[in-house]
Design a protein around this ligand. Structure first.
Ligand code: SAM
Length: 292
């Protein structure tokens, strides 16, 4: 019986056997602490009917712990050098499958339909490559996948932004984008010492549970997100000034923005960061009537 992959000794053995050198450009920081891995799996509430999509299995540390509890784990790995390693380390787990592909280019919906059709629920669980955390999460949310939720390790700073409340320094367009689709909660901070090599940022585990309906009903999603982005464009400017800058050439339509703010019952002298997602929704719908 092998030791778990995520022990410092076994990880070292595997890396040495294959002469593996880490690629910083691929965000390769591997976990060497089974307690932390088990906490991730616990938070994801993975059970015998769960199908799991993993992004970036590395040498299989998290994949192994997931495979012990899930029905099936499908993992996307971009680095070809890891494929022979994973073949060996995951050999005892027939309920795992590795797909050699950049997850950002993958048709994840198709993979869920073909590989995880017999699972009752689908979770994404991963220790994400930090250089592409936000694009990966936004792709998973925007692709309208049949996910129950996403539980991932990422930079603490990004987790704080995703789970922020209005009027806090971390609240911004990323917060609204994530909370539009999910209920977001940072569930655990993680020290650098549980990775090899150690990353130069602090980490956290975030839990994003998909809402059955988006947080707010809006006429146009694209327009809503462009208004949110514009409202945070210059954080020290007032909401009105940011909107004027974004929506009008010159100031001739300023009165229409003021009218929309009035109808939405929002003071244009406020800063974007003080608006709740419901207020952004009201404002976006009022503005849409004039600026679609
Ligand atoms: N899951 C392993 C662990 O916890 O020890 C490794 C996590 S490591 C932070 C990130 C992994 O993602 C690496 O194996 C890296 O090669 C892989 N990766 C990086 N970019 C990727 C992408 N765009 N698509 C799929 N995998 C990627």
């Amino acid at each position: 019986m092998h030791k778990d992959i995520a022990t410092p000794v076994r990880t070292k053995e595997i890396l040495e056997k294959y002469g593996f050198s880490f690629k910083k450009s691929l965000g390769q920081n591997f976990l060497i602490d089974t307690n932390v891995l088990n906490r991730i799996v616990d938070h994801a509430e993975v059970g015998e009917n769960t199908g799991v999509i993993e992004v970036g299995p590395g040498i299989g540390a998290l994949t192994e712990q997931l495979a012990k509890r899930a029905k099936k784990v499908v993992a996307f790995e971009i680095d070809q050098r890891l494929l022979p390693i994973l073949k060996e380390t995951l050999e005892p787990y027939p309920n795992t499958k590795v797909i050699h592909q950049d997850v950002l280019k993958a048709d994840v919906k198709e993979v869920i339909q073909t590989e995880l059709a017999d699972c009752e629920e689908i979770m994404v669980v991963a220790n994400l490559p930090y250089y592409v955390t936000t694009p990966i999460i936004m792709k998973l949310l925007e692709d309208q996948l049949p996910l129950k939720g996403i539980v991932v390790m990422l930079q603490k700073e990004v987790a704080d932004r995703m789970s922020a409340a209005p009027s806090s320094k971390d609240y911004g367009s990323l917060t609204i984008a994530v909370q539009y689709f999910t209920e977001a909660k940072t569930v655990m901070n993680v020290p650098r010492t549980v990775f090899v090599p150690q990353p130069n940022v602090d980490s956290a585990i975030i839990k994003l549970m998909r809402r059955s309906e988006p947080a707010v009903n809006i006429v146009s999603e694209d327009f809503f997100f462009s208004i949110v982005k514009a409202s945070f464009a210059q954080r020290r400017k007032t909401l009105l000034n940011n909107l004027v800058h974004f929506l009008t050439e010159g100031k001739e339509k300023k009165h229409l923005i003021e009218q929309a703010l009035l109808s939405a019952d929002i003071d244009g002298r406020r800063r974007g960061e003080s608006l709740s997602i419901e207020e952004f929704a009201r404002l976006s719908d009022e503005l849409y009537a004039h600026f679609k």
